[in-house]
Design a protein. Sequence first.
Length: 417
Amino acid sequence: MGQRFLLKRGILPRRGHGMGQFVGEDKEMTLWDVVSEMILTARGKMTALASGELQSCRISWISTHLLDQAWKEMAHTLTEVNFSNTMEILDTEPPRWLPDSAASACMLCGVRFHPIMCSRHHCRFCGGIFCSDCSKGKSLLPQKFRACDPQRVCDVCCVRLESVQPFLMDKVSPASQVPTHDLTDLSTLRSWINFPWGQSMEHEIYKAANTLRGYSKVGSLRPEKSIPQAVLRQAKGLAILTVVKVGLMVTYNIGTGLVVARREDGSWSPPSAISTFGVGWGPRYDASPHMRGGELTDYIIVLRNKDAIRTFSGNGHFSVGAGLSAAAGVFGRAANADLRAGDGGCAACYTYSCSKGAFVGCSLEGSMVVTRASENSRFYGSSSIDSSEILLGSLPRPPAAAILYRALSELFQRLDV
């Protein structure tokens, strides 16, 4: 049974290793085995450093890199010439995982498992047991597995699944799902307050839509506190964050949000998840007294040009806006000008904020904004996707962000009235 399982999934034991090593082995690891293997591993690494084997490590890394490229090319070939194999993968039924006792060594490389140095990992696609080095990849699984997020798989299954990833991104990824929470009125408790740290992109999308609609309500009641229409017409994108700020003379802030870019045809790009953290300092004469304790604020950052989009599409950037509050006029009384610089470029932006239903002139001085690459990968179902591809590429709008696009449409439709 064990042999049929391995052959069916395309996994063969290494030469010199019999099936008995993987299935039904009775030898039990003792505490002395654990300690001795840790000592031997540490001594082996020290010997490698002393004998100048670092060059061979580099060669090994290069070989691994070339192997990964070859696997990707092989997966691309499968997409073009082996349609039947693709359909077979998509029709695969979820496997029954092997129990931990079924394998004392990795089913791919044969290395013996160790509770600390080499732990067991189950492949979600084939159900086999592998070491961490042989199961580094994550892939979207066929619809029958009922898993939206990318799952950990062995290297062999990762190559097999590579050919169907574009199809699965459009069918099973979180970005392809219709949003469940699509109400932002007072009938739902989640719309009453935006929490500063969103655990998922779905949460960030809801928070952003809630912020935009809340802003529209406040702006209609107090036009002098709204973002001027001239600024919105020229906006090339928006970054929307919820930040909690605490402190007295020195304030600390942390929060999360998303950024979207406006394309040439007026449509909006898919959202990219971001987070912010930093400090502020100096007396807050323009702030209300409760700033001495803490404050929860929703920020809308207007990205004025493509340079600002590129700044937010980098891995991270630093915002400097120490008291550069714009006076009343075309920028609005609640505007703050800040300079942002990072690996994506440098640009100036306008920041508007809303705290407890009223817009105030708070800024995000001394803040670091970073892209949540892992959350973007989870949401779109691709480990290779980056924020520049999301904001500046041709990626289609995800159905999961429908509530956000409706809020943006309502906001910018007011400009034509």
